[in-house]
Write a protein that binds this ligand. Structure first.
Ligand SMILES: CC(C)(COP(=O)(O)OP(=O)(O)OC[C@H]1O[C@@H](n2cnc3c(N)ncnc32)[C@H](O)[C@@H]1OP(=O)(O)O)[C@@H](O)C(=O)NCCC(=O)NCCS
Length: 338
Protein backbone atom coordinates (compact mmCIF):
# COMPACT_ATOMS: atom_id res chain seq x y z
CA UNK A 1 0.00 0.00 0.00
CA UNK A 2 1.39 3.36 -0.97
CA UNK A 3 -0.51 6.38 0.36
CA UNK A 4 -1.17 9.29 0.07
CA UNK A 5 -0.79 9.81 -3.68
CA UNK A 6 -0.69 12.88 -5.88
CA UNK A 7 1.41 14.86 -3.41
CA UNK A 8 -1.59 15.42 -1.09
CA UNK A 9 -1.14 15.43 2.68
CA UNK A 10 -3.56 13.55 4.91
CA UNK A 11 -6.03 15.85 6.69
CA UNK A 12 -5.77 16.44 10.43
CA UNK A 13 -9.11 14.69 10.95
CA UNK A 14 -10.89 11.92 9.14
CA UNK A 15 -14.54 10.84 9.05
CA UNK A 16 -14.71 7.32 10.50
CA UNK A 17 -17.74 5.04 10.28
CA UNK A 18 -18.44 4.15 13.91
CA UNK A 19 -21.91 2.67 13.46
CA UNK A 20 -23.97 1.11 10.71
CA UNK A 21 -27.49 -0.27 10.49
CA UNK A 22 -30.36 -1.04 8.16
CA UNK A 23 -34.06 -1.75 8.20
CA UNK A 24 -36.42 -3.28 5.64
CA UNK A 25 -40.18 -3.76 5.83
CA UNK A 26 -41.34 -7.24 6.84
CA UNK A 27 -43.58 -7.77 3.82
CA UNK A 28 -41.88 -9.42 0.83
CA UNK A 29 -42.71 -10.02 -2.83
CA UNK A 30 -41.08 -12.99 -4.56
CA UNK A 31 -40.46 -13.42 -8.28
CA UNK A 32 -43.10 -16.16 -8.38
CA UNK A 33 -45.63 -13.78 -6.84
CA UNK A 34 -44.66 -11.10 -9.41
CA UNK A 35 -45.14 -13.63 -12.20
CA UNK A 36 -48.82 -13.78 -11.20
CA UNK A 37 -49.09 -10.00 -11.68
CA UNK A 38 -47.18 -9.47 -14.98
CA UNK A 39 -45.91 -11.64 -17.86
CA UNK A 40 -42.56 -12.67 -16.38
CA UNK A 41 -40.91 -15.59 -14.61
CA UNK A 42 -38.57 -16.30 -11.72
CA UNK A 43 -36.08 -17.65 -14.26
CA UNK A 44 -36.08 -14.48 -16.39
CA UNK A 45 -35.74 -12.13 -13.40
CA UNK A 46 -33.04 -14.24 -11.71
CA UNK A 47 -30.98 -14.65 -14.88
CA UNK A 48 -31.25 -11.03 -16.04
CA UNK A 49 -30.96 -9.25 -12.66
CA UNK A 50 -30.02 -11.64 -9.82
CA UNK A 51 -33.11 -10.56 -7.86
CA UNK A 52 -35.17 -13.24 -6.06
CA UNK A 53 -37.26 -11.23 -3.60
CA UNK A 54 -37.80 -7.61 -2.55
CA UNK A 55 -39.26 -5.97 0.57
CA UNK A 56 -42.40 -3.88 0.20
CA UNK A 57 -43.85 -1.22 2.51
CA UNK A 58 -47.48 -1.35 3.57
CA UNK A 59 -49.69 1.77 3.30
CA UNK A 60 -48.82 2.51 6.94
CA UNK A 61 -45.04 2.42 6.39
CA UNK A 62 -43.28 5.50 5.04
CA UNK A 63 -39.76 6.58 4.10
CA UNK A 64 -39.17 8.45 7.39
CA UNK A 65 -40.18 5.37 9.37
CA UNK A 66 -37.67 3.15 7.54
CA UNK A 67 -35.00 5.86 7.83
CA UNK A 68 -35.58 6.24 11.57
CA UNK A 69 -35.32 2.48 12.23
CA UNK A 70 -32.07 2.23 10.23
CA UNK A 71 -30.65 5.27 12.05
CA UNK A 72 -31.56 3.79 15.45
CA UNK A 73 -29.68 0.60 14.55
CA UNK A 74 -26.62 2.57 13.42
CA UNK A 75 -26.67 4.72 16.59
CA UNK A 76 -26.86 1.55 18.75
CA UNK A 77 -23.82 0.15 16.97
CA UNK A 78 -21.93 3.46 17.43
CA UNK A 79 -23.10 3.66 21.07
CA UNK A 80 -24.10 7.25 20.37
CA UNK A 81 -27.07 9.11 21.79
CA UNK A 82 -29.43 10.77 19.28
CA UNK A 83 -29.18 14.09 21.12
CA UNK A 84 -25.45 14.22 20.30
CA UNK A 85 -25.90 14.06 16.49
CA UNK A 86 -24.83 17.27 14.76
CA UNK A 87 -26.07 16.62 11.19
CA UNK A 88 -28.63 14.27 9.63
CA UNK A 89 -28.67 13.75 5.85
CA UNK A 90 -31.41 11.61 4.33
CA UNK A 91 -30.64 10.57 0.76
CA UNK A 92 -33.92 9.75 -0.95
CA UNK A 93 -35.98 10.20 -4.11
CA UNK A 94 -39.14 8.97 -2.40
CA UNK A 95 -39.43 11.55 0.39
CA UNK A 96 -42.02 11.57 3.14
CA UNK A 97 -43.73 14.57 1.46
CA UNK A 98 -42.79 17.49 -0.83
CA UNK A 99 -41.72 19.45 2.26
CA UNK A 100 -40.54 19.54 4.96
CA UNK A 101 -37.65 17.19 4.40
CA UNK A 102 -37.76 13.53 5.37
CA UNK A 103 -34.77 14.36 7.56
CA UNK A 104 -37.01 16.68 9.63
CA UNK A 105 -39.27 13.74 10.48
CA UNK A 106 -36.27 11.57 11.31
CA UNK A 107 -34.84 14.27 13.58
CA UNK A 108 -38.17 14.44 15.39
CA UNK A 109 -38.57 10.70 15.86
CA UNK A 110 -34.96 10.22 16.97
CA UNK A 111 -35.06 13.23 19.32
CA UNK A 112 -31.89 14.60 17.69
CA UNK A 113 -32.58 18.17 18.80
CA UNK A 114 -29.03 19.48 18.28
CA UNK A 115 -28.78 18.45 14.60
CA UNK A 116 -29.27 20.44 11.41
CA UNK A 117 -30.92 18.29 8.78
CA UNK A 118 -31.69 18.05 5.07
CA UNK A 119 -32.60 15.65 2.26
CA UNK A 120 -30.29 14.89 -0.64
CA UNK A 121 -31.78 13.98 -4.03
CA UNK A 122 -29.11 12.25 -6.08
CA UNK A 123 -31.10 9.03 -6.63
CA UNK A 124 -29.05 5.85 -6.29
CA UNK A 125 -25.86 7.89 -5.72
CA UNK A 126 -27.44 9.82 -2.82
CA UNK A 127 -25.77 7.91 0.01
CA UNK A 128 -22.32 8.06 -1.58
CA UNK A 129 -22.82 11.80 -2.21
CA UNK A 130 -23.89 12.18 1.44
CA UNK A 131 -20.70 10.54 2.72
CA UNK A 132 -18.68 12.93 0.56
CA UNK A 133 -20.43 15.95 2.11
CA UNK A 134 -19.90 14.73 5.66
CA UNK A 135 -16.26 13.96 4.87
CA UNK A 136 -15.69 17.64 3.97
CA UNK A 137 -17.37 18.95 7.13
CA UNK A 138 -15.48 16.58 9.42
CA UNK A 139 -12.10 17.04 7.73
CA UNK A 140 -12.44 20.82 7.98
CA UNK A 141 -13.10 20.50 11.72
CA UNK A 142 -16.59 22.04 11.40
CA UNK A 143 -18.44 18.91 12.61
CA UNK A 144 -17.68 16.20 15.16
CA UNK A 145 -20.21 13.73 13.80
CA UNK A 146 -23.10 13.14 11.43
CA UNK A 147 -25.48 10.43 10.34
CA UNK A 148 -26.09 9.66 6.67
CA UNK A 149 -29.18 7.65 5.81
CA UNK A 150 -30.32 6.24 2.48
CA UNK A 151 -34.05 5.48 2.59
CA UNK A 152 -36.54 4.64 -0.16
CA UNK A 153 -40.09 3.46 -0.71
CA UNK A 154 -39.70 2.95 -4.47
CA UNK A 155 -42.56 0.47 -4.64
CA UNK A 156 -44.91 3.42 -4.05
CA UNK A 157 -43.88 4.91 -7.43
CA UNK A 158 -43.64 1.59 -9.30
CA UNK A 159 -45.93 0.78 -12.21
CA UNK A 160 -46.99 -2.75 -11.29
CA UNK A 161 -48.22 -3.36 -14.85
CA UNK A 162 -44.81 -2.62 -16.46
CA UNK A 163 -42.75 -5.82 -16.42
CA UNK A 164 -39.62 -4.03 -17.60
CA UNK A 165 -39.39 -1.97 -14.40
CA UNK A 166 -41.57 -3.47 -11.64
CA UNK A 167 -39.32 -6.48 -11.22
CA UNK A 168 -36.37 -4.32 -10.23
CA UNK A 169 -37.26 -2.29 -7.16
CA UNK A 170 -37.70 -2.74 -3.41
CA UNK A 171 -38.03 -0.66 -0.22
CA UNK A 172 -35.62 -0.23 2.68
CA UNK A 173 -33.16 1.99 4.50
CA UNK A 174 -29.54 1.92 5.64
CA UNK A 175 -27.52 4.34 7.73
CA UNK A 176 -24.03 5.05 9.02
CA UNK A 177 -22.80 7.21 11.89
CA UNK A 178 -19.59 9.09 11.09
CA UNK A 179 -17.35 10.58 13.75
CA UNK A 180 -14.23 12.68 13.72
CA UNK A 181 -11.04 10.76 14.29
CA UNK A 182 -7.66 12.29 14.96
CA UNK A 183 -6.00 9.22 13.51
CA UNK A 184 -5.18 10.66 10.08
CA UNK A 185 -5.18 7.14 8.56
CA UNK A 186 -8.53 5.52 9.17
CA UNK A 187 -11.84 6.76 7.74
CA UNK A 188 -13.02 8.08 4.37
CA UNK A 189 -9.80 8.46 2.38
CA UNK A 190 -11.28 9.87 -0.81
CA UNK A 191 -14.62 10.64 -2.43
CA UNK A 192 -15.39 11.52 -6.03
CA UNK A 193 -18.75 12.61 -7.41
CA UNK A 194 -19.97 13.10 -10.99
CA UNK A 195 -23.16 13.84 -12.92
CA UNK A 196 -24.52 14.20 -16.44
CA UNK A 197 -27.79 16.13 -16.63
CA UNK A 198 -28.00 15.62 -20.41
CA UNK A 199 -29.09 12.05 -19.71
CA UNK A 200 -31.90 12.86 -17.25
CA UNK A 201 -34.45 11.05 -19.42
CA UNK A 202 -32.77 7.67 -18.90
CA UNK A 203 -34.32 7.40 -15.44
CA UNK A 204 -37.06 9.62 -14.04
CA UNK A 205 -40.38 10.07 -12.29
CA UNK A 206 -41.91 13.28 -13.68
CA UNK A 207 -44.96 13.96 -11.49
CA UNK A 208 -45.56 15.90 -9.21
CA UNK A 209 -42.95 18.68 -9.35
CA UNK A 210 -43.22 22.20 -10.75
CA UNK A 211 -43.21 20.98 -14.35
CA UNK A 212 -46.12 18.62 -13.77
CA UNK A 213 -47.84 19.90 -10.61
CA UNK A 214 -50.58 17.94 -8.87
CA UNK A 215 -52.97 20.86 -9.58
CA UNK A 216 -52.88 20.09 -13.35
CA UNK A 217 -54.11 17.01 -15.20
CA UNK A 218 -51.19 14.95 -16.48
CA UNK A 219 -50.85 14.56 -20.27
CA UNK A 220 -49.64 11.00 -19.58
CA UNK A 221 -50.91 9.20 -16.45
CA UNK A 222 -47.73 7.06 -16.40
CA UNK A 223 -45.72 10.10 -15.33
CA UNK A 224 -46.58 9.25 -11.72
CA UNK A 225 -44.36 6.16 -12.06
CA UNK A 226 -40.63 5.58 -12.53
CA UNK A 227 -39.64 5.39 -16.19
CA UNK A 228 -36.39 3.70 -17.15
CA UNK A 229 -34.43 3.15 -20.33
CA UNK A 230 -32.95 -0.12 -19.14
CA UNK A 231 -30.39 -0.72 -21.90
CA UNK A 232 -28.97 2.82 -21.75
CA UNK A 233 -28.72 2.68 -17.96
CA UNK A 234 -27.08 -0.73 -18.15
CA UNK A 235 -24.30 0.43 -20.45
CA UNK A 236 -23.71 3.77 -18.74
CA UNK A 237 -23.62 2.14 -15.30
CA UNK A 238 -20.83 -0.29 -16.20
CA UNK A 239 -18.78 2.41 -17.90
CA UNK A 240 -19.11 4.96 -15.09
CA UNK A 241 -18.50 2.47 -12.26
CA UNK A 242 -15.29 1.28 -13.88
CA UNK A 243 -14.12 4.87 -14.53
CA UNK A 244 -14.87 6.17 -11.06
CA UNK A 245 -13.37 3.22 -9.18
CA UNK A 246 -10.20 3.41 -11.28
CA UNK A 247 -9.96 7.17 -10.67
CA UNK A 248 -10.46 6.73 -6.90
CA UNK A 249 -7.84 4.03 -6.49
CA UNK A 250 -5.33 5.97 -8.61
CA UNK A 251 -5.87 9.05 -6.47
CA UNK A 252 -5.25 7.09 -3.26
CA UNK A 253 -2.23 5.26 -4.63
CA UNK A 254 -4.01 1.94 -4.10
CA UNK A 255 -4.43 -1.11 -6.31
CA UNK A 256 -7.12 -3.78 -6.42
CA UNK A 257 -4.81 -5.95 -4.28
CA UNK A 258 -5.24 -3.47 -1.43
CA UNK A 259 -9.05 -3.59 -1.64
CA UNK A 260 -10.89 -6.01 0.66
CA UNK A 261 -14.39 -5.42 -0.67
CA UNK A 262 -16.10 -3.67 -3.57
CA UNK A 263 -19.59 -2.66 -2.46
CA UNK A 264 -21.59 -1.34 -5.39
CA UNK A 265 -25.09 0.06 -5.59
CA UNK A 266 -27.20 -3.04 -6.15
CA UNK A 267 -28.95 -2.25 -9.45
CA UNK A 268 -28.45 -5.51 -11.31
CA UNK A 269 -26.08 -8.37 -10.43
CA UNK A 270 -25.01 -8.56 -14.09
CA UNK A 271 -23.99 -4.88 -14.11
CA UNK A 272 -21.96 -5.35 -10.90
CA UNK A 273 -20.31 -8.52 -12.20
CA UNK A 274 -19.44 -6.96 -15.56
CA UNK A 275 -17.91 -3.90 -13.89
CA UNK A 276 -15.99 -6.09 -11.42
CA UNK A 277 -14.65 -8.21 -14.26
CA UNK A 278 -13.38 -5.14 -16.10
CA UNK A 279 -11.73 -3.99 -12.87
CA UNK A 280 -10.08 -7.41 -12.50
CA UNK A 281 -11.75 -7.98 -9.14
CA UNK A 282 -12.07 -11.60 -8.03
CA UNK A 283 -15.55 -12.80 -6.94
CA UNK A 284 -14.63 -12.90 -3.23
CA UNK A 285 -14.02 -9.12 -3.28
CA UNK A 286 -17.42 -8.29 -4.80
CA UNK A 287 -20.37 -7.99 -2.42
CA UNK A 288 -23.77 -8.73 -3.98
CA UNK A 289 -27.00 -8.95 -1.98
CA UNK A 290 -29.50 -7.76 -4.59
CA UNK A 291 -31.11 -11.22 -4.51
CA UNK A 292 -32.72 -10.45 -1.14
CA UNK A 293 -33.60 -6.76 -1.62
CA UNK A 294 -33.86 -5.73 -5.27
CA UNK A 295 -32.76 -2.22 -6.20
CA UNK A 296 -33.45 0.10 -3.24
CA UNK A 297 -31.80 3.18 -4.82
CA UNK A 298 -30.17 5.42 -2.17
CA UNK A 299 -30.72 2.72 0.48
CA UNK A 300 -28.87 0.05 -1.45
CA UNK A 301 -25.24 0.94 -0.63
CA UNK A 302 -25.79 1.36 3.14
CA UNK A 303 -27.94 -1.81 3.30
CA UNK A 304 -25.17 -3.70 1.47
CA UNK A 305 -22.49 -2.15 3.72
CA UNK A 306 -24.40 -3.17 6.87
CA UNK A 307 -25.05 -6.66 5.51
CA UNK A 308 -21.41 -7.09 4.49
CA UNK A 309 -20.05 -5.92 7.87
CA UNK A 310 -22.52 -8.03 9.88
CA UNK A 311 -21.60 -11.10 7.84
CA UNK A 312 -17.97 -10.50 8.88
CA UNK A 313 -16.79 -9.99 5.30
CA UNK A 314 -15.05 -6.74 6.23
CA UNK A 315 -13.10 -5.94 9.37
CA UNK A 316 -11.70 -2.77 10.91
CA UNK A 317 -8.68 -1.59 8.93
CA UNK A 318 -9.86 -3.09 5.62
CA UNK A 319 -10.01 -0.93 2.49
CA UNK A 320 -13.56 -0.85 1.15
CA UNK A 321 -14.81 0.87 -1.99
CA UNK A 322 -18.39 2.11 -2.16
CA UNK A 323 -19.63 3.01 -5.63
CA UNK A 324 -23.01 4.11 -6.95
CA UNK A 325 -24.70 5.10 -10.18
CA UNK A 326 -28.22 6.35 -10.80
CA UNK A 327 -30.72 8.90 -12.07
CA UNK A 328 -29.49 12.34 -13.02
CA UNK A 329 -27.38 10.74 -14.23
CA UNK A 330 -25.21 10.70 -11.11
CA UNK A 331 -22.33 8.52 -9.99
CA UNK A 332 -19.56 8.51 -7.43
CA UNK A 333 -17.37 6.49 -5.09
CA UNK A 334 -15.87 6.56 -1.60
CA UNK A 335 -12.63 4.84 -0.65
CA UNK A 336 -12.78 3.95 3.04
CA UNK A 337 -10.30 2.50 5.47
CA UNK A 338 -12.89 0.84 7.71
C1 LIG B 1 -34.07 -3.78 -17.13
C2 LIG B 1 -33.07 -4.88 -17.47
C3 LIG B 1 -33.09 -5.95 -16.37
C4 LIG B 1 -33.50 -5.54 -18.77
O1 LIG B 1 -32.57 -6.59 -19.10
P1 LIG B 1 -32.06 -6.72 -20.60
O2 LIG B 1 -31.19 -7.90 -20.64
O3 LIG B 1 -31.46 -5.38 -20.93
O4 LIG B 1 -33.38 -7.02 -21.39
P2 LIG B 1 -34.03 -6.20 -22.60
O5 LIG B 1 -34.60 -4.90 -22.10
O6 LIG B 1 -33.04 -6.16 -23.71
O7 LIG B 1 -35.23 -7.15 -22.99
C5 LIG B 1 -35.02 -8.45 -23.50
C6 LIG B 1 -36.36 -9.10 -23.75
O8 LIG B 1 -36.96 -9.45 -22.48
C7 LIG B 1 -38.27 -8.90 -22.42
N1 LIG B 1 -38.57 -8.55 -21.03
C8 LIG B 1 -38.38 -7.34 -20.43
N2 LIG B 1 -38.76 -7.45 -19.14
C9 LIG B 1 -39.15 -8.71 -18.93
C10 LIG B 1 -39.62 -9.41 -17.82
N3 LIG B 1 -39.75 -8.82 -16.61
N4 LIG B 1 -39.92 -10.72 -17.95
C11 LIG B 1 -39.79 -11.34 -19.13
N5 LIG B 1 -39.35 -10.73 -20.24
C12 LIG B 1 -39.03 -9.43 -20.14
C13 LIG B 1 -38.25 -7.72 -23.33
O9 LIG B 1 -39.56 -7.40 -23.76
C14 LIG B 1 -37.38 -8.22 -24.45
O10 LIG B 1 -38.15 -9.03 -25.28
P3 LIG B 1 -37.90 -9.04 -26.88
O11 LIG B 1 -36.49 -9.52 -27.07
O12 LIG B 1 -38.94 -10.00 -27.38
O13 LIG B 1 -38.11 -7.63 -27.34
C15 LIG B 1 -31.61 -4.32 -17.62
O14 LIG B 1 -31.50 -3.56 -18.81
C16 LIG B 1 -31.24 -3.42 -16.47
O15 LIG B 1 -31.08 -3.88 -15.33
N6 LIG B 1 -31.07 -2.11 -16.73
C17 LIG B 1 -30.79 -1.14 -15.70
C18 LIG B 1 -31.97 -1.01 -14.80
C19 LIG B 1 -32.13 0.32 -14.17
O16 LIG B 1 -32.37 1.30 -14.81
N7 LIG B 1 -32.02 0.39 -12.85
C20 LIG B 1 -32.25 1.54 -12.12
C21 LIG B 1 -31.11 2.49 -12.07
S1 LIG B 1 -29.71 2.04 -11.25
Amino acid sequence: MNRPANGSFPPAYRAVITGYGSFVPAKTLTNDELAKMVDTSDKWITTRTGIKVRHITTDQESTALLATRAAENALDEAKMKAEDIELIIVATITPEMVFPSTASFVQRSLGASKAWVFDLAAACSGFVYGLSIVQQFIESGRLNNAIVIGAETLTKITDWTDRTSCILFGDGAGAVVLERSKDGRKGILYSTMHSDGDRWEALNCQAYGSRYPSSKKLDDPNKIYMQIKGREVYQQAIRRIVETVTESLDHCGLTMDDVKMFISHQMNARIIESAAKRLNLPDEKVFINIGEYGNTSAASVPIAFDDCARKGKIERGDIVILVAFGAGLTWGANVIEF
